[in-house]
Design a protein around this ligand. Structure first.
Ligand code: AP5
Length: 230
């Protein structure tokens, strides 16, 4: 079993498949930090930091922030005290150079990944999820107008802020993000599968059901379970 606080997982999957939704749950389950590079970038944009100024237009076009920038951001975040023993990394790596950099960072710290969790779903499901997503600008919690609505329409359950639609959830940007996922990020599936670190979960079910599927597939004793025994 993975000890509390010591899970070391990366989440893979197309935009809108539910990485953020499940990442938050898995992180809470293991008392580990949920590190979302998308959320970190959005916060930097909101605060107008140099990183945010660099990332804003790139994100609005649905493109990827350059690898060297993202590798620096993640290396710095993983060095913080709360992430030294474990983490749920959501949105990184997104390219092969980022995955190689994460391997280097992990090696330097004596870390061993528990696995790369791939959540997947049909493209129509993904597009419907992105089109209906609403986000709290204050606490970053995600909702869906019909599938995971807030208690009061348009208002965050947690802090009462007015929910917004993400700039990159417009139709043409969604297409660009899906296209980039196929070309730049999908090769990571083979990268982790080749190392027997890939854990695949179908994301086409309710959030509770997907979470239950994830928990039963997570590593025993720090190793990906043998598929023949599942
Ligand atoms: P990022 O924020 O990582 O975006 P993404 O990967 O496109 O993923 P999303 O956040 O859109 O979706 P998700 O899979 O988390 O789904 P969610 O749980 O919200 O990155 C944004 C941008 O930042 C990138 O485009 C890029 O520009 C930049 N960036 C970030 N990291 C980078 C990196 N490493 N390198 C370079 N650039 C980087 O769910 C979606 C909706 O569906 C929600 O409304 C939710 O309520 C609903 N939902 C979720 N699960 C279910 C379910 N099971 N049933 C019904 N509804 C569901």
């Amino acid at each position: 079993m993975i000890a509390l606080g010591q899970v070391k997982l990366v989440l893979l999957g197309p935009p809108g498949v539910g990485k953020g939704t499940q990442g938050a749950r898995v992180a809470a389950h293991f008392s580990a930090p949920h590190i979302s590079t998308g959320a970190m970038l959005r916060e930097a944009v909101d605060r107008g930091t140099p990183l945010g100024r660099k990332a804003k237009a790139i994100m609005e076009r649905g493109e990827l922030v350059p690898d060297d920038v993202m590798i620096g951001v993640v290396a710095e975040r993983l060095a913080q005290a709360d992430a030294r023993a474990g983490f749920v990394l959501d949105g990184f790596p997104r390219t092969v150079p980022q995955a190689e950099a994460l391997d280097r960072i992990a090696r330097e710290r004596g870390h061993h990944l528990d696995g790369a969790l791939l959540i997947d779903a049909p493209v129509e499901t993904i597009v419907a999820r992105l089109a209906g997503r609403r986000t709290c600008p204050r606490c970053s919690r995600n909702y869906h107008v019909s599938m995971e609505p807030p208690r009061r329409e348009g208002v965050c359950d947690a802090d009462g802020a007015a929910l917004v639609q993400r700039e990159d959830d417009r139709e043409e940007t969604i297409r660009e993000r899906l296209n980039l996922y196929c070309h730049k990020t999908a090769p990571l599936v083979a990268y982790y599968r080749g190392r027997h670190e890939l854990i695949e979960v179908a994301g086409d079910a309710s959030p509770d059901e997907v979470f239950a599927r994830i928990i039963t597939r997570l590593p025993e004793n720090g190793r990906v379970p043998d598929p023949a025994r599942l």
